[in-house]
Design a binder for this molecule. Structure first.
Ligand code: SAM
Ligand code: SF4
Ligand code: SF4
Length: 355
């Protein structure tokens, strides 16, 4: 497992920051690049079909390798972990991985993002017992035809709603429902989603459609701006802004005036939050990416396999983060309409890098 890194809270002078003075606080880990869904905005079926070169099982980082890297990241200031993918519940040893991460000093928050299709009552409980505190469930529609058109797989919508119910029964600190809104695709389900989740323990969050990867045919015309979502909801169920739970929270919170809970909007396209982005991403095969829209990563697995010491890996990470200049979404905002998606090269796919 390598030598021990001192994980005590870093003194202010020791805080690692990038070239834009952003600290490193969060690590998103893609535990698999595979998924049982084929959402058009993420893994379109025609590209991610039979013959797509998914990673072999043997290429994935093992639980011990992930845990060792998390320990090293914790020594640099990371305290929040999100497990994602691909579909993380496809990974059979997920609970073991969570348990190992939960033991690491300095890690005080472990969250998971899932499409919930495999979230049985048992799994909802075992993941919680292993150490997952917060769960995000992706659900883009309540109309079965729209849901099926988006994920391109014949999964009954009732299975996902049961998954949500299991999540709410298990003692998670928070359950959030993420809806990616695409104009003309699922916008007519915004209000039905609001009606379904208002008054429940689940917080509904609306995410703007992003130009992730290279294949989702993103077009700015298809982005349903958060501001318009807020206006739409406010006309029927009045809402007022609520303060952030913590500095740098990506979702803007809104509370229903009648006390039926809150919603969140994540305006990655219309109001990007690169200025506060303290997030690194680890791919399922062990590359580090410093932006969701990165075109290249740094191979940490190679270091692990070359028996690099924790000190050597720490020093590489310090160097990579120290040089970081990423602000893709801010740059996208200032691009011209003739180059709306702002391609700078082939981006890494979201399912690979971890959404
Ligand atoms: N499979 C899991 C799921 O769907 O929850 C985890 C991985 S998925 C890549 C993580 C999140 O990214 C999901 O909430 C999904 O809706 C979101 N996502 C994927 N493609 C997106 C896009 N083009 N724009 C905005 N969000 C996207
Ligand atoms: Fe799979 Fe999640 Fe991507 Fe949909 S968004 S294809 S469920 S990884
Ligand atoms: Fe962070 Fe990159 Fe997203 Fe900006 S575009 S918020 S730097 S991941």
């Amino acid at each position: 497992m390598g030598e021990k890194i001192d994980c005590k809270v870093l003194a202010m002078d020791d805080v690692l920051t990038d070239s834009l003075q952003r600290p490193l606080r969060d690590l998103r880990i893609s535990v698999t690049d595979r998924c049982n869904f084929r959402c058009g905005y993420c893994m379109p079926k025609d590209i991610f079909g039979k013959g797509y070169p998914f990673l072999k099982q043997s290429s994935l980082l093992s639980c011990d390798q992930v845990a060792r890297l998390v320990r090293i990241f914790a020594g640099l200031g990371v305290h929040k972990i999100r497990l994602t993918g691909g579909e993380p519940l496809l990974r059979q040893d997920l609970e073991e991985l969570v348990r190992k991460i939960a033991e690491i000093p300095g890690i005080d928050d472990i969250a998971l993002t899932t499409n919930a299709s495999l979230l049985s009552r048992e799994r909802a409980l075992s993941l919680n017992q292993a150490g997952i505190r917060r769960l995000n469930i992706s659900l883009d529609a309540l109309t079965p035809e729209i849901y099926a058109r988006i994920n391109q797989i014949p999964v009954p919508l009732e299975d996902i709603l049961s998954g949500v119910a299991h999540a709410l029964e298990a003692p998670y600190q928070a359950v959030k429902i993420n809806m990616v809104v695409q104009k003309g695709v699922n916008d007519k389900d915004i209000l039905p989603m609001v009606e379904y989740f208002r008054g429940s323990q689940a917080v509904l969050r609306f995410i703007e459609f992003m130009d992730v990867g290279n294949h989702n045919q993103w077009n700015p015309e298809q982005v349903f701006a958060s501001q318009d979502i807020v206006s739409l909801i406010n006309r029927v169920y009045p809402i007022r802004p609520a303060s952030a739970n913590y500095p740098g929270e990506v979702a803007r919170r809104w509370r229903y005036e009648d006390g039926q809970g809150e919603i969140g909007v994540i305006s990655s396209v219309t109001q990007p939050f690169c200025g506060d982005c303290a997030r690194a991403r680890l791919s399922a095969r062990g590359e580090l990416f410093t932006c969701l829209f990165a075109t290249a990563g740094f191979d940490l697995k190679k270091l692990l396999e070359a028996d690099a010491s924790d000190t050597e890996i720490t020093s590489q990470l310090r160097d990579i983060w120290g040089r970081r200049t990423d602000r893709y979404s801010m740059e996208r905002l200032s691009r011209t309409r003739s180059d709306p998606s702002g391609h700078r090269g082939r981006k890494v796919e979201m399912s690979y890098i971890g959404g």
